[in-house]
Design a protein around this ligand. Structure first.
Ligand code: ATP
Length: 915
């Protein structure tokens, strides 16, 4: 029986005498989990951990009960605080004083905060030193040769397991890493030689393994444990047991302890997936490269060890330490473990970080601490980012908490695919094909990394795969031939990891002057420039002047259609002419490509196209920008030269946090869509440059984050308030008919927005070829109209509005409009699906978030509102601003007027629309 619930009070730990002698016990008051109320809570689907505990049950009733944790589990009990979640597997039920209580048995595991997913790497770092685990989080994995070599050896290992030829694999893998090796100053010859040495051990060992018939292999396997709250990717699984590859040497007979811990984590994960693991193998690849005459000790590369119950439980206790520490928000000091600082390679770094952040640390502190306000900032953002990480963990939990249908309804999965075939690719990888059975949509896009499974992303056979094609047929590539019938969104922590590193770098490595600006201790300086850059738009000209002349920073506030992209391109052109190296960045690939496209037009006669480089993945970059994409694979020197010689580098802010980009330095960083970026997200780009220019509109969509905390305000918005003198607002818009822009201008831009030209002001549907407004009913001839629909009274969908919108589209088509000239915006994804059922495929129907940054001739907005309004329909008025400013020539609002009139902003909107 498994017991799960929330710790409801203080935990009592004490010693008692039993028939086995002196024992430790901890009594934990526990409030059983919500879904534990009804008696028949047996869930056959939930896998049972090690041991024979049988099915999962939870205690009856919501009353607080007591769970007794015996002996070593008291160590985990001491970490518990009221409010934390606890899971005890294979517990026994006891009657005590007429009350049902629970206690651990010899087969029990105690899991603290089971929904906090700890990675195997974290556990390995933690066992070395908890402080090391923390430092790794702050600084990320650096670009250094040992790390790249390690990755290469692992890749070759995987290839060998998949049957690829050794030499072919080494050549291909070294070539793929050309850019990284070049940045490290390594030659392919030397690297190839070293990888070959390491691969000798692998090959030799594999040969042995192949001798037996029953040997079964699997290269890298992604494993997630919902019971233990652990996830990781095992290097290989042989006869159901984990094999870990280490590129170092180990002359002892036994594997290193931390390596055993790592293998034990995989054993736990494999057991949850139905295995029965009692052996682990560590393969130390450097052992075979050592000279027998010089070295004494055990030179065999492969070291096996038996995995006892004690080790597995120890691993879970380690994991509990991390989960508890992260839940309470405490920072590790190093005193939690007994590693010796003198032997640690990271001792210096540890002391510097401890000194700068004024943290208690076993290694001690050196250097001056950051000023109080920076320490406070660090603390605030550290916790905000960690909160965001918890949200990513919650996404993981949904992989097993939600049913397949729920995930599909939530747009998080494509289910019921029909598996078609698996085809081996030349590199030993696989191409998987499946057919879609329903017309379901999802957040998944071509180029995404997804969880491909044969039915369940956690409990079934599942692997990470890349989506190559996604129409009626789904084409994927993966390392393993999964018979795919389902795809799930893969919740990645990469973004969160990078935010933390960017924040750390901004504060601990950041230039003092930069920090003075960010913290408002100094005002931005500007060089006086007396030159006209744009002669038909004063504000744009002022923006370019500020951007070019900024010694610290400039802020360009660009409402919809005011020529932000054009202004950015003009500014960068001038910077390039002045010989500066420029980083062009934005939150999304789409925005980076848009800005780059405009820039290329401007740069035509200024620099050679060869000196403009787009950094990013093939799948992320728009096809027409592909010629500028930096190819990473190739001759190292050549690849580096291409990047270093580039005067303009364009990449998303996330890519700016990659190891390759972190090595680059720029004179200026120009960040578009800056109002949609968190502070640390913006830092990832501006950390790389001497000065920066942020462009955005904080009256449109805010940063995309899951948690509600300091991350929801952009650096752009904060700086616009802090340094108004560094900002310019563009006021002339080139998009909307005057009548359309009035409401947004008054409501969001103090009435400052105006049409740039009379042509823009007077735009209407008659301008379009083959379209006549006279063919429209009277009520739709005005550029703004309102269609009153009472609605069907459901909450997130409205079929009556959807039907009315379908009719409107027919009316516009009859008046000569193309379907591709019409866009429909709805507040909820459910309503987007509902409308999609009613209207033809070539009409773009989506939520506001997908429409930001684009425009259409005609926009129809579905408010999906009936009866009374509870809370803002579009969550945030900024979304309404975006929705209403997408059309050029006609805007139609569809909704229930009496519901809308109950909110003051929507009421004003109604007045304007009906005027
Ligand atoms: N000074 C200008 N003179 C003439 N046309 C201009 C000027 N500035 C911008 N435009 C035109 O106005 C249109 C909109 O400009 P741009 O795409 O730069 O807007 P934006 O502010 O980036 O739009 P969004 O709000 O969608 O981000 C473009 O067609 C552009 O060529």
């Amino acid at each position: 029986m498994h017991v799960r619930g929330t710790v409801a009070g203080e935990v009592d730990v004490r010693s008692v005498s039993t028939s086995y002698g002196e024992s430790e016990l901890a009594e934990v008051p526990l409030r059983p989990a919500e879904d534990a109320t009804d008696g028949d809570s047996v869930d056959d689907d939930t896998p049972v951990a090690r041991g024979d505990g049988g099915s999962v049950t939870v205690p009856d009733g919501r009353e607080t009960t007591t769970v007794t944790l015996w002996n070593k589990w008291t160590e985990s009990a001491e970490l518990l605080e009221p409010g934390m979640e606890l899971l005890v597997t294979n517990a026994k039920e006891e009657e005590y004083d007429g009350e049902t209580q629970y206690a651990t048995t010899g087969d029990s595991y105690v899991v603290v905060e089971p929904s906090f997913l700890v990675s195997v790497t974290s556990i390995r770092n933690w066992v070395q030193c908890p402080r090391l685990y923390y430092l790794n989080k702050l600084s990320g994995v650096p670009l250094n040769y040992p790390v790249v070599k390690g990755t290469l050896v692992h890749e070759v290992f995987g290839d060998l397991l998949r049957g690829r030829d050794l030499e072919e694999s080494i050549d291909a893998r070294v070539e793929e890493r050309g850019l990284q090796l070049g940045l490290l100053g390594e030659t392919p010859e030397a690297v190839t030689e070293e990888i070959r040495e390491n691969a000798k051990a692998i090959e030799g060992w594999l040969e042995q393994g192949r001798l037996t018939d029953e040997d079964s292999w699997r290269s890298e396997q992604l494993l997630i444990s919902e019971t233990f709250g652990i996830r990781g990717r095992a290097d290989a699984v042989r006869r159901g047991a984990p094999v870990e590859l280490k590129t170092g040497k180990n002359l002892k007979k036994e594997p290193r302890f931390k390596d055993k811990v790592q293998a034990a984590c995989y054993a736990l994960l494999l057991e949850e997936h139905g295995g029965d693991v009692d052996i682990g193998t560590l393969l130390y690849t450097k052992n075979s490269a050592l000279d027998r005459n010089e070295e004494t000790g055990d030179l065999t590369p492969a070291k096996e060890f038996t995995m006892g119950d004690g080790l597995l439980k120890y691993v879970v206790r380690l994991r509990n330490e991390i989960a508890a520490k992260e839940t309470s928000g405490d920072i590790p000091t190093g005193y939690e473990a007994d590693a010796k600082c003198e032997y640690c390679f990271e001792q210096d770094t540890c002391m510097v970080v401890s000194g700068r952040l004024d943290q208690e640390s076993k290694a001690g502190q050196i250097g001056q601490s950051l000023p109080e306000e920076e320490l406070e900032y660090f603390d605030r953002f550290y916790h905000a980012i960690e909160e965001e990480r918890r949200e990513v963990h919650r996404e993981y939990a949904k992989l097993w908490e939600q049913t397949a249908e729920e995930r599909a309804d939530d747009d998080r999965a494509l289910i019921n695919l029909e598996f078609v075939e698996k085809r081996p690719l030349e590199e030993g990888r696989w191409e998987l094909r499946a057919e879609r059975t329903g017309g379901a949509t999802s957040k998944l896009r071509e180029g995404d990394l997804v969880l491909a499974s044969d039915g369940h992303p956690v409990r079934g056979d599942s692997e990470l795969a890349w989506v190559k094609r996604l129409d009626d047929e789904v084409v994927l590539t993966a390392d393993e031939p999964v018979e795919v019938t389902r795809l799930d969104v893969y919740p990645s922590e990469l973004t969160t990891d990078r935010l933390l590193v960017a924040m750390h770098d901004a504060l601990l490595k950041g230039d003092e002057r930069r920090k003075d600006i960010l913290f408002g201790r100094a005002d931005p300086d500007f060089e006086a420039i007396d030159e006209t850059f744009i002669d038909n738009n004063e504000r744009q000209n002022e923006a370019v002047t500020k951007a070019v002349g900024a010694k610290d920073c400039a802020l360009i506030h660009g409402p919809p259609g005011t020529g932000k992209t054009y202004t950015i391109a003009r500014a960068i052109r001038t910077m390039v002419e002045r010989g500066e190296r420029v980083l062009l960045s934005a939150f999304t690939n789409r925005a980076v490509d848009n800005a780059l496209e405009a820039l290329l037009e401007q740069l035509d006669d200024v620099i050679d196209e060869d000196r403009v480089v787009r950094v990013g993945s093939e799948s992320g970059i728009r096809d027409d920008m592909e010629p500028y994409r930096l190819e990473r694979s190739g001759e190292p020197e050549d690849r580096v030269a291409k990047l270093q010689n580039a005067q303009v580098v364009a990449a998303t802010t996330s890519t700016c946090g990659s190891r390759i980009m972190k090595e680059q330095a720029f004179d200026v960083a120009l960040v578009d869509e800056a109002a949609q970026l968190t502070e640390p997200g913006t830092c990832a780009a501006i950390n790389l440059a001497e000065r920066f220019v942020l462009v955005g509109d904080h009256e449109q969509l805010p940063p995309v984050v899951r948690a509600e905390n300091d991350l929801t305000e952009s650096l752009f918005e904060r700086l616009v308030d802090l340094h108004p003198e560094a900002g310019v607002m563009l006021t002339h818009q080139y998009r909307m008919n005057q009548r359309i822009q009035v409401f947004a201008s008054n409501e969001f831009y103090d009435g400052q927005l105006r049409p740039a030209t009379p042509e823009v002001a007077g735009r209407n549907l008659d301008d379009l070829e083959g379209v006549s407004r006279d063919a429209l009913p009277e009520s739709l001839r005005d550029p703004v109209s309102f269609v009153d629909v009472e609605g069907d009274r459901s909450q997130y969908t409205d079929s009556e509005e959807a039907a009315r919108i379908a009719a409107l589209i027919e009316t516009y088509e009859a008046a000569g409009l193309e379907r591709t000239e019409i866009g429909v915006i709805a507040p909820f994804r459910a309503q987007v699906s509902e409308i999609s059922k009613h209207v033809p495929d070539d009409v773009a129907v989506d939520t506001v978030d997908r429409f930001q940054g684009s425009s259409q001739e005609v926009i129809i907005v579905s408010f999906t509102a009936t009866g009374s309004l509870e809370g803002p329909i579009f969550e945030d008025y900024r979304r309404i601003n975006v929705a209403l400013t997408r059309p050029k020539r006609a805007l139609v609002l569809v909704g229930d007027s009496s519901a809308l009139a109950s909110d003051p902003v929507y009421e004003r909107m109604l007045e304007w629309a009906r005027r």
